[in-house]
Design a protein around this ligand. Structure first.
Ligand SMILES: Cc1cc2nc3c(=O)[nH]c(=O)nc-3n(C[C@H](O)[C@H](O)[C@H](O)COP(=O)(O)OP(=O)(O)OC[C@H]3O[C@@H](n4cnc5c(N)ncnc54)[C@H](O)[C@@H]3O)c2cc1C
Ligand code: FES
Ligand code: FES
Length: 451
């Protein structure tokens, strides 16, 4: 495949296999070994680079970023963060001044993440660096360095302009072209953010004989906010979803803030998180609790369905060969929605259980209830028996106690490395109690409770 992009200010025209990762190409193809390989699966941030496209600069993990995804973008690696004359970037100088590096293995990834955030004027350093692991320095000096650099302007050389490029067959630019290609080539493998597909290659050593990249299709990147609905095109990244949700669904936004890391959210798309059918994806439970509608397209044929109807069985979705997920529409207002993510680590971890509750109470009686869980069965699913035990009942502790007993009628969870079946069932019940406690004005979030 022919790929054109900017690398540290220099135009690259590369012919490469579709599954060549940026990390491998930098280290083995260009001898740029500053960008490190730690986990090779998006978890450690050692391979962080800055990538600029029309929507701005973002930190991405080079280990799960295929070269064709860079067509028309600009990449800046740690080698391009100091000025060409060697003048250090403010975050580099601050890391020296504040002793932010010991063995140094993680440091290029931290520098790339920090310099990208510095360019955007971000000061939420804990969130920015949640995807960068350091095993020896400890985070306090690194955060001190990030804070110290805040006052300095971002150097001019950090401003990259993505190059103008030709249309390429592997990445259609309109939805019409994309849908026509996929309908005619249903054996193609769609690559959106590659936060799943990347691992098929780096961990399962799979080939992608016929990849179809979505990142050039601007029709799928649209966000629409109307009086009563939000619409996300399928390739809206989780970072962009988070930006919109903060104003409309703060609890769902808090769930997404804990989705992977900044680097993962900058790549992962909402459509990919739905289309992969994972039972532990974070968006589906929230979208089911909201009553969202999913949009699909095969050639010129459009379909729409309540999102829960998409998940048929483990690994099986209501999607025909050659049919794309094109987007999702959700209500703009749902003041009763609360989303809870239970995972072993607070940041950068997949949910063991994710419970989302949308229960409305009118004059003390439950008028409607939509409760959805991830991690409780082979698909994200509603707790319909619990819902029925609540609807029409007074919204009291006694009602909640009875309804919580019905989770075992709705779900028979599995035991796996994330949690045991018994733990999952107990957590589901406890989350209903937590929702009730919050509805009574009690602080129930670990970030809110104090001794
Ligand atoms: C380090 C790390 C941390 C993670 N943390 C979380 C987390 O906290 N919560 C969570 O939910 N997930 C998490 N994930 C999983 C991952 O981010 C999601 O599953 C992701 O949303 C997939 O989206 P993508 O755009 O990267 O999809 P891709 O990897 O590009 O594709 C995923 C699958 O969906 C298909 N596909 C993609 N888009 C479409 C479309 N529009 N139509 C039809 N098929 C399509 C692809 O062919 C593929 O089968 C994490 C992943 C990593 C690597
Ligand atoms: S090497 Fe760990 S995130 Fe890329
Ligand atoms: S300085 Fe050693 S891993 Fe961070």
């Amino acid at each position: 495949m022919e790929i054109t992009f900017l690398l540290n200010g220099e135009t690259m025209r590369v012919t490469a296999q579709p599954t060549t990762t940026l990390l491998d190409w930098l280290r083995n193809g260009r001898g740029l070994c500053g960008t490190k390989e730690g986990c090779n699966e998006g978890d450690c941030g050692a391979c962080t680079v800055m990538v600029t496209d029309d929507s701005g600069a973002k930190a991405l993990n080079a280990c799960i970023l295929f070269l064709p995804q860079l067509h028309g973008k600009a990449v800046r690696t740690v080698e391009g963060i100091a000025a060409p004359d060697g003048t250090l970037h403010p975050v580099q100088q601050a890391m020296i001044d504040h002793h932010g590096s010991q063995c140094g293995f993680c440091t290029p990834g931290f520098i790339a993440a920090m310099a990208t955030a510095h360019l955007a004027g971000r000061t939420d350093h804990d969130d920015v660096l949640a995807g960068n692991l350091c095993r020896c320095t400890g985070y306090a000096p690194i955060i001190r360095a990030a804070k110290a650099a805040e006052a300095q302007p971002s150097p001019d050389w950090m401003q990259d302009t993505p190059p103008a490029v030709e249309t390429v067959p592997y990445a259609p630019e309109t939805l019409d072209a994309l849908a026509a290609f996929y309908a005619a080539n249903p054996d193609a493998v769609i690559v959106a953010g590659a936060t799943d597909v990347g691992l098929w290659v780096t961990k399962q050593l799979r080939d992608l004989p016929k990849p179809l990249f979505l990142h050039r299709c601007t029709d799928l990147q649209q966000v629409e906010v109307t009086d009563d609905a939000l619409h996300f095109g399928a390739t809206v990244t989780m970072t962009a979803v988070l930006d919109v949700l903060r104003d409309h669904h703060p609890s769902y936004a808090e769930l997404v803030r804990r989705y992977g890391s900044d680097q993962v959210r900058n790549a992962a798309t909402i459509g990919g998180n739905i289309a992969n059918g994972s039972p532990i994806g974070d968006n589906p439970p929230a979208l089911i609790a909201l009553g969202a509608q999913l949009h699909l397209r095969r050639g010129d044929a459009l379909r729409e369905m309540p999102i829960e109807a998409f998940f048929l069985d483990y690994g099986k979705q209501n999607r025909q060969p050659g049919e794309l997920v094109t987007g999702v529409t959700l209500p703009r207002h749902a003041p009763d929605l609360r989303c809870y993510k239970i995972s072993k680590r607070f940041d950068q971890d997949i949910s063991a259980v994710c419970g989302c509750f949308n229960i409305s109470v009118v004059e003390g009686v439950v008028a409607s209830a939509r409760i959805a869980f991830g991690g409780m069965s082979g698909i994200p699913a509603r707790a319909t028996t619990v819902e029925q035990a609540l609807i029409g009942q007074p919204w009291t502790q006694a009602t909640v106690d009875v309804a919580a007993g019905s989770f075992s009628d709705d779900f028979t969870p599995l035991s796996d490395m994330r949690a045991s079946a018994a733990y999952r069932l107990e957590v589901a019940q406890n989350l209903l109690h937590r929702y009730f406690a919050q509805s009574q004005g009690q602080a129930a979030n670990v970030l809110e409770v104090s001794a």
